[in-house]
Write a protein that binds this ligand. Structure first.
Ligand code: TRP
Length: 434
């Protein structure tokens, strides 16, 4: 449940549908599904298996499975880069999540008739952005400092079902509105020419890696907390399935909602005829849609942004756990002081991004998610496929799954993660650079 909570986040409910909307709808959906099952799932398994074997954070785990000095150094380096990338991801993630919190409160303020407060909460000001980024980080720090069982597991298993139920209710409601069917058509009928554009493929790859929290040691550290009795390929498969299902379901909410907004007179195309996308979509189109629905719209908007905030929280705790677990395990520091100090450092980075929003925000997002994550995922595949001894791998999988050698997973995955994953990741990369 916690791993699924990490995977399901703004990436699914915000990132995936908005990317799909601006990349030809169904074409993006198709490529995304393909990459999620054939690349992201095997890479997720690499992290989970190494993590459970080592019962340690990425830095120590990669060192442990490496024979020889050189590979150990590379392992430590990879783990440390992952840790830094995870912290940077959290620094921009908490800014976006702060907006979600602000919009949740704005709906409550609107119900209470506090118009000036509503306007302030929805306005893009430095003060609001800083305040809500800090509130969101404080919530994350609070949960993480309670520890793995009492904090991460308890909150993930409470929040995740809530998220699912409200998402499904919202989809059902939006699909009953006029105009929804046009959005459904865009989402489900692929334009195959678009599907082969290199830009689309690398976006879909980045999306899939982001959505499954790969490359930075998040899933590795969650793997290290999994009991030896669990069947790992099954756990990983379930996490992948839940993640993809929620992303696809969110698409059934966001794309139809855009066309309902169009039907209600909200502008959703730019002057050049392209769909407006990304932040404009959620923070302009959706609120405009909710407003056009009267009092019911306020409630729907409250549910929607509350849902986004929850999804963000179960993900952000998994990001913070990466540097925290390393600091605790490596430097023998208590959990609470480690969490507070790291939380403060990340808050400082977030504040820096907010102060230079135009130049830094997009840069940090692209550098971490589009480039670092797939490249680090590549490294994890190399470690699982080439560096780690095959017998040890088999032994680790046998723990929760004694008959693993007879199953299809063992027949395919080892050579797949060794050859196919690294080659495809590099090929998509090379293509995106030309
Ligand atoms: N997967 C989450 C989402 O879809 C975000 C996330 C959590 C993440 N942990 C991560 C992304 C680690 C990258 C790395 O929103």
């Amino acid at each position: 449940m916690a791993a699924a909570g990490s995977a399901v986040g703004l990436g699914n409910i915000w990132g995936f549908p908005t990317q799909a909307a601006s990349n030809g709808g169904a074409a993006f959906l198709l490529i995304y599904l393909l990459l999620a099952f054939t690349l992201a799932y095997p890479a997720l398994m690499a992290e989970l298996i190494i993590g459970r074997h080592a019962h340690a954070n990425a830095v120590n785990a990669l060192r442990l499975i490496s024979p020889g000095r050189l590979m150990q150094r590379i392992g430590v380096g990879t783990g440390l880069v992952g840790l830094v990338v995870a912290s940077f991801i959290l620094s921009f993630y908490s800014i976006i999540a702060g907006w979600m919190l602000a919009y949740t409160l704005a709906s409550i303020a609107e119900l209470a008739g506090l118009d000036a407060l509503v306007a302030w909460l929805r306005d893009f000001s430095l003060g609001r952005n800083l305040l809500f980024m800090l509130i969101f980080l404080a919530l994350t720090v609070g949960i993480i400092s309670e520890g793995v069982k009492e904090g991460i597991e308890r909150w993930s298993s409470r929040l995740m079902p809530m998220l699912l139920i409200s998402l499904v209710l919202l989809v059902i409601y939006v699909l009953t509105l006029d105009g929804a069917m046009a959005g459904l058509r865009v989402y489900l009928l692929p334009d195959f020419e678009r599907a082969l554009e290199p830009g689309l493929i690398i976006n879909a790859l980045g999306s899939a890696f982001f959505s499954l929290s790969l490359g930075v040691g998040t899933m590795l550290i969650y793997g290290s907390y999994i009991s030896d009795r669990e069947n790992l390929p099954l756990v990983g498969g379930l996490v992948t399935l839940v993640d993809i299902c929620i992303a696809v379901t969110a698409g059934f909410l966001v794309l139809p909602a855009m066309y309902v907004a169009l039907h209600n007179g909200v502008e959703i195309f730019t002057a050049s005829g392209a769909l407006i996308s990304e932040d404009t979509l959620i923070f302009t189109v959706l609120p405009a849609l909710f407003d056009s629905m009267g009092i019911a719209g306020i409630v729907v908007s409250l549910v929607f942004f509350f849902l986004m905030s929850i999804a963000a929280l179960t993900s952000s705790i998994s990001m913070l756990e990466v540097p925290v677990a390393y600091t605790i395990e490596q430097h023998n520091v208590g959990r609470k002081p480690a969490v507070v100090v790291i939380g403060l450092i990340i808050a400082a980075v977030s504040a820096l991004i907010l102060l230079n929003f135009d130049s830094l925000f997009g840069l940090v997002v692209t550098a971490t998610t589009r480039y670092s994550q797939p490249l680090l995922g590549f490294m994890f595949c190399i470690f699982a496929g080439w560096v780690w001894h095959r017998d040890n791998l088999l032994q680790e999988l046998r723990r929760g799954y004694p008959e693993v050698e007879q199953g299809w997973f063992w027949k395919i995955w080892p050579w797949y993660v060794r050859v196919v994953c690294p080659v495809i990741i590099l090929a998509i990369f090379a293509q995106s650079l030309t």
